[in-house]
Design a protein around this ligand. Structure first.
Ligand SMILES: Nc1ncnc2c1ncn2[C@@H]1O[C@H](COP(=O)(O)OP(=O)(O)OP(=O)(O)O)[C@@H](O)[C@H]1O
Length: 365
């Protein structure tokens, strides 16, 4: 089912949790709502579900306006972070619940309910726990049962709010692969909330990056990772080195030093922030080099094909914080450049992406 979000705003007291959000979720995709804590992801999910009413805007499901419809009428399925299974019911009865509470004329026969629950148990590969109670399951198993229960009522869309957030890292990783496989089988339009970039990059067809109640960027994981559209997207996704300064001709002036960058749609003197990924950052062994920002080597990790070099900025901490950098270079360069811990070097961006500092929306690389 396609989902359209049109001009949604939501305020709690004086706090604007969602600010004029418009989005289009194509049919059958697994979409991640990704962003830092408090950016409005859960609120947006709840508005789509009909659990929360927006101040303005509309929700259109499969071409029909659903703004005034309740959760049941919208036919959405939910899975929350904290498994809300009924403790006094077996796994089987938990999954059957949504079917059993249907009005008599819509309720399937007992035989059909049994067949359906068994099919769902097979789907989540947990047939062998059908007669257990939730307290006798692991966290990961409970979340799979929660998913089976959500699917039992044949929702048109599945909404998952940090479904694996409460689980440990290993189980979390397994379950997110499992979710991907399950989605490939069912193709049910699904939106899941996460603040974990790795989870979003690994699992989803598309990522909606949210920041301060607004959509920052929409794209495939590859697009979001390789072509971040804003300063926020750059710093939120993946490791990145950040240099703040002012435009000075073909350079960004960072304190007393300068970094060369290619194209300029910027005015001289404009405040900018420049980013380069660790594998696009260069170490210049000569600390007197004119082009580059001074740093000293803290640690050199790995001596194989790729070495990771951790550095810290020289001089005064800027804006009260010490700046750290990370550079990936071929292991052989550590030798040929003669790099060692404590050494003063300069850093340059081989590919530097520069954004205006105040709003972070203008890009040039
Ligand atoms: N019922 C409410 N009353 C008041 N403020 C709320 C309410 N629900 C959410 N907020 C506020 O709205 C903002 C967005 O909340 P939301 O839960 O959507 O964020 P989130 O991106 O899902 O964050 P997290 O990843 O921490 O769950 C937060 O600052 C939150 O404190």
């Amino acid at each position: 089912m396609s989902i359209e979000v049109i001009g949604i705003s939501k305020t709690f007291g004086t706090f604007k949790a969602l600010n004029n959000v418009s989005l289009n979720f194509p049919d059958g995709e697994l979409v991640a709502l990704l962003g830092p804590s408090g950016c409005g992801k859960t609120t947006l999910l709840r508005v789509i579900a009909g659990l929360e009413h927006a101040d303005t805007g509309r929700i259109v499901l499969d071409g029909a306006d659903a703004t005034d419809k309740d959760v049941r009428q919208r036919r959405v399925g939910f899975v929350f972070q904290h498994y809300a299974l009924f403790r006094h019911m077996t796994v089987f009865e938990n999954i059957a619940f949504g079917l059993r509470v249907r009005p008599r004329r819509e309720r399937p026969s007992e035989k059909d309910i049994r067949a359906k629950v068994n099919r769902l148990l097979d789907l989540v590969q947990l047939g062998w726990v059908a007669n257990r109670f939730p307290s006798q399951l692991s966290g990961g198993q409970r979340q799979r049962i929660a998913l089976a229960r959500a699917l039992a009522v044949e929702p048109r869309v599945l909404l998952l709010d940090e479904p694996f957030g409460a689980l440990d890292a290993k189980v979390r990783k397994e379950l997110r692969r499992w979710l991907r496989t399950l989605h490939d089988e069912l193709h049910i339009s699904s939106i899941f909330v996460t603040h974990d970039q790795e989870e979003a990059l690994e699992v989803s067809d598309r990522i909606v990056l949210v920041n301060k109640g607004q959509v920052e960027q929409i794209g495939t994981p590859k697009e979001i990772y390789e072509q971040p559209a804003t300063a926020f997207a750059y710093s939120f996704i993946g490791s990145v080195n950040e240099f703040r300064g002012r435009v000075d001709g073909d350079f960004v002036r960072v304190g007393d030093e300068k970094l060369r960058f290619q194209t300029g749609t910027f005015k001289n003197g404009q405040e900018v922030v420049a980013f380069s990924r660790p594998h696009d950052t260069e170490i210049v062994a000569n600390p007197q080099s004119e082009d580059g920002v001074s740093a000293s080597i803290k640690r050199i990790l790995g001596t194989g094909a790729v070495a990771r070099v951790e550095l810290v900025a020289n001089g005064e901490a800027r804006e009260g914080r010490k700046e750290f950098f990370e550079v990936e270079i071929p292991g052989s360069d550590v030798q040929s450049l003669g790099l060692s811990t404590g050494q003063h070097v300069k850093l340059r961006g081989r590919r530097l992406s520069v954004f205006a500092d105040q709003n972070g929306t203008q890009a040039a690389s």
